[in-house]
Design a protein around this ligand. Sequence first.
Ligand code: SAH
Length: 227
Amino acid sequence: MRIDILTIFPEMFESPFGHSIVKRAQNKGIVEIFIHNIRDYSTTKNKNVDDYAFGGGAGMVMMIEPIALCIEKLKSERAYNEIIYMSPDGELLNQAMANHISTFENIIILCGHYKGIDERIREAYITKEISIGDYVLSGGELAAAVLCDSIIRIIPGVLNDETSALSDSFQNNLLSPPVYTRPANYKEMKVPEILLSGNDKEIQKWKMQKALERTALRRPNLMSEEQ
Ligand code: SAH
């Protein structure tokens, strides 16, 4: 999979993409991430990327031209499954969406800043708008990093034990059951006996029961959701 990210703060991706599973996926060649600095596409003398909003009001708006030029260039080089804009008024990101996007070959992710981007970019180029939650961030970079992490970790071959991603919360519309590791007894806080029994059938039953209990208690809406 190839991911092209358009941003005015390229450095913000160094850390999220430089560690752990996302780094491993790139090292294995399973995913390629290219960060494009929108400022490089500005045609103004001072390399501006934002300007005052027509009609007034507080806050700057990201200009149409640098973003359009960058997207046009990328589109002339290859076909993209989706051109995504991270936006608080987009579709809420969930596991089903991440699963679907993880099957794509090429995607562009556009990060806004300030008051957002000129609406004409959304109309002319954007094929999907995604929000990571009902709150406003300063920019799309952290949201894009969240989206990338959620997609990349489930691409086959990224995790060593593939079943591990499939047993996480939200797959099958269930939250994950509680997990424990050694020691089995820490200051009289004990691990549930069943997990030490070696009886795999009973352990699986226990895990399913705990997943159901936890989902019913914390997120009953998941159980009635079609994903
Ligand atoms: N004026 C806009 C908010 C702009 S926030 C509004 O009220 O809707 C600046 C940028 O941060 C946006 O362009 C978007 O790319 C990003 N952003 C902010 N909150 C986000 C969220 N919840 N999910 C995804 N992207 C978000």
